[in-house]
Design a protein. Structure first.
Length: 260
């Protein structure tokens, strides 16, 4: 018995020591996995990183308000506004945003897309002519791509606020010039222009009847001409509005619309 006792004690000690080293005797011990001794190291602890559950992005729909003949739509980042009522006539559409770029497209009831502002711009003004030929009246949709907040106003032009000629406009070639509604009689109308630099290509003056959206032909502003006059024939007495796209290379221009 005496000779066997040390052996039993030794075995008991070895078992107890192994239990302490492995942590099995600690009820609060966190059991971890081990990796192959040939990779990191024997009994190396593997730490597992748990990815948090993604939080879904909440899209806040645009807000729309109507005051008289003006519709104001405000939104944030990429968004769509539906149910915009367009009647026959001419609208001035203005877009602005606080992001680095803004693209807005108005889709009419006939699913025709009308680009209002190109990518890279943060503000602009453009005419939308609802004539039931190329652009149809009814419920329209505004589609906006932006990385910030934005505002789009869609204002139908009214004959009650028309001014008398002459009318003057100024601006640079990066944006289109839009006049206020003006009264004109049947007969000749004159558009005079002065550009700060020599234009590289022709450009046009488009004049529309604000009631029905009908237009009449206007000869272009000619390339290589920094100043000049063009004449068009107004088909009938009425209220009109002009949109002028200054030619590339002109930098800046002054436009006057007059009638004798």
């Amino acid at each position: 018995m005496y000779k066997k006792f040390p052996v039993i004690v030794a075995i008991t000690f070895i078992i107890a020591f192994a239990a302490v080293v492995s942590g099995c005797t600690n009820p609060g011990h966190l059991v971890t996995n081990t990796v192959n001794p040939g990779t990191v190291g024997e009994n190396s602890t593997v730490y597992v990183t748990l990815n948090p559950t993604p939080v879904p992005t909440v899209v806040i729909p645009p807000t729309e308000s109507v005051s008289g003949n003006t519709i104001t739509i405000k939104g944030y980042q990429d968004n769509t506004a539906t149910g915009i009522q367009l009647n026959q006539g001419v609208y001035v559409v203005q877009s602005s945003g606080d992001g680095s770029a803004l693209t807005a497209t108005l889709v009419d009831s006939g699913y025709n897309g009308i680009a209002l502002l190109n990518t890279g711009s943060t503000s602009g003004k453009k005419l939308v002519v609802v004539n039931d030929i190329s652009v149809f009246a009814g419920n329209a949709t505004l589609e906006v791509t932006s990385d910030g907040s934005w505002t789009v106003t869609i204002a139908q032009q009214e004959a009650d606020y028309a001014t008398s000629l002459p009318q003057e406009m100024s601006g640079d070639s990066s944006s289109e010039l839009v006049s206020a509604p003006f009264k004109a009689s049947a007969g000749n109308i004159v558009i005079s222009y002065t550009l700060s630099m020599t234009p590289l290509q022709d450009s046009y003056v488009n004049i529309y009847n604000i009631v029905n959206g009908q237009t009449f032909y206007v000869f272009p502003l000619k390339k290589n001409a920094q100043e000049g006059q063009i004449t068009a024939i107004v088909p009938s007495d009425g209220v009109y509005i002009a949109e002028i796209d200054l030619p590339a290379g002109s930098s800046y221009g002054d436009i006057t619309i007059s009638q004798d």
